[in-house]
Every structure is written in structure tokens, then in C-alpha cells.
Ligand binder design. Structure first.
Ligand SMILES: [Fe+2]
Length: 260
């Protein structure tokens, strides 16, 4: 039981699989994951800019200093995942999908979610552009890049096939929660991405938010069902709008008029 007046310190880091650590996201930040391979050490995602000190403290708890990280891998471009890169990128290589990298290096405010998190990151560079099928060999663990657009266009998951681990960012979370369709995302790409994840037979799901899960296949399936429902509901919505008094015509006319 907590003593009256005692400060409740939230758990910062936990080993969830041998040499794989979850660094818990604080204050709306996404989780980060540390993987200590036999040859290389990587950090997956980097939290919000104001969470960097907490990540550094968490790393120190397991004897890792920022300069020990060889590579920072970004699951996608949103600031709650990429905001720590101006710090970690000074010492480590940074990698992201080429579509995420493009938005990040151009500081495209329309898609980085800075406003939603009331935060912004200093400019930084992405050293390595990842595409579908790339493999990162850490020694003991190898991470396969799977391009999974839908939440946003630059979303990737990292899959470890020998241990059936999936680092899923915001694509899918425990109990099948999905990250939503944000700017540059769309529902049909999302469903396609999730069906590809379903084919992998993942066992351990390590998402960007919430709890980790050892029921990954069921979680992914539930996520697909949610997205299919969303697609059906969006079709109903469009039908209602089309059957309304004005339909889309006045909206389309307004759009065309903008060019005059
Ligand atoms: Fe996101």
C-alpha cells in the first residue's frame, strides 16, 4: 500500500523478453523499446521531446547509456514516437520508412501531430530510409521491416520471425485497438496492412501504447474486424450524405471554385 503523501513512481522500464525492454510512455508519450542484440543495440521509437530525460533514466536502470544505442528505429512519423530523435540522433543512426522520413525532414506540420500533443521537435535528419523487406540483424535478433500504411502512410512494423515478436507502433495494440486513421492514412490500406500482419502468425505484440500482449493473433484479428466495421460505417455515412438534399455537389463546387 502507498504511504500517505508518498510519491507514486510509475514503473519506467521492464524486461519483457530476454534482452528486450519496454520503456513505458509517460504523459501521453508512446512507449519505446530497447533491444540489446549480441552485436547491436537499438531503440524503437523515442517518445515525446519532453520525455527524453525519462527515457535516459530508464536506460540507465539497465546499464545502457545513450551513446550505447547504435540505431534508433521509428515506427512512424508522429511526434509522440519521433520527438526524442533530436537528442538520440546526435549519437545514433536514425532510421524510418522513406515516407515517414520525408515528412519528418520537411517538418510537415500537417501530419506530424505536433498540435495534438502541443509539442514540437527541433529539426533532425534521418540517416537510413527503410522500405518493405529490409532486415536489421542485431545478432540474436533480426528485425524485418513490414510497411503497414493505414494509420499514416509512413507506418512500419518490425517483426522478429524467430521469436514471433511484433513491434507494432500505432498500427495495432492489445485487444485489437487500432491507432485510428490520421492524415496520410486510409481505412483500406489499414485493412490490407492488418491482413498481412495476420498472415505472420505473431505471438507477442509489443505496441506503442497500452499493454503488451501474448495473444497477438487474436488482437490482430479483432483489429481487422474493427476496421472492417469502420469501412462499412463510412460507406453508410457516404450514402446518407449522397442521398441528402444537396449530396456532394455543393462541396465539390466549392472546391472547384477555390481555383478561380
Ligand atoms: Fe501515431
Amino acid at each position: 500500500m502507498d504511504m500517505p503523501g508518498a510519491e507514486v513512481v510509475k514503473k519506467r522500464i521492464a524486461e519483457i523478453y530476454p534482452s528486450v525492454y519496454l520503456i513505458y510512455g509517460q504523459n501521453r508519450s508512446a512507449h519505446a523499446y530497447l533491444i540489446k542484440g549480441d552485436a547491436k543495440t537499438v531503440l524503437i521509437d523515442s517518445c515525446l521531446p519532453d520525455g527524453v530525460a525519462g527515457v535516459v533514466d530508464a536506460l540507465a536502470e539497465v546499464g545502457v547509456a545513450p551513446e550505447d544505442i547504435d540505431l534508433v528505429l521509428l515506427t512512424h512519423e508522429h511526434i509522440d514516437h519521433a520527438g526524442g530523435v533530436p537528442f538520440f540522433g546526435k549519437k545514433s543512426l536514425v532510421a524510418a520508412h522513406r515516407l515517414a522520413a520525408n515528412k519528418l525532414t520537411l517538418q510537415d506540420e500537417f501530419v506530424l501531430m505536433n498540435k495534438a500533443f502541443d509539442s514540437s521537435a527541433d529539426a533532425f535528419r534521418i540517416d537510413l530510409l527503410l522500405t518493405e523487406g529490409a532486415v536489421i540483424d542485431l545478432g540474436r535478433y533480426e528485425l524485418h521491416v513490414i510497411h503497414t500504411p493505414g494509420h499514416c502512410s509512413g507506418a512500419i512494423c518490425f517483426y522478429e520471425p524467430n521469436h514471433r515478436l511484433l513491434f507494432s507502433g500505432d498500427v495495432v495494440m492489445a485487444t485489437g485497438i487500432v491507432g485510428g486513421v490520421l492524415q496520410s492514412g486510409n481505412i483500406s490500406d489499414y485493412i490490407h496492412s492488418m491482413r498481412r500482419l495476420a498472415a505472420l502468425r505473431v505471438e507477442h505484440l509489443y505496441p506503442g501504447h497500452g499493454k503488451i500482449s501474448d495473444r497477438a493473433e487474436a488482437d490482430i484479428q479483432k483489429g481487422i474486424e474493427r476496421l472492417e466495421t469502420l469501412l462499412d460505417e463510412s460507406k453508410m455515412l457516404f450514402k446518407v450524405v449522397q442521398n441528402s438534399q444537396h449530396g456532394f455537389d455543393h462541396i465539390m463546387r466549392s472546391l472547384r471554385d477555390l481555383n478561380r
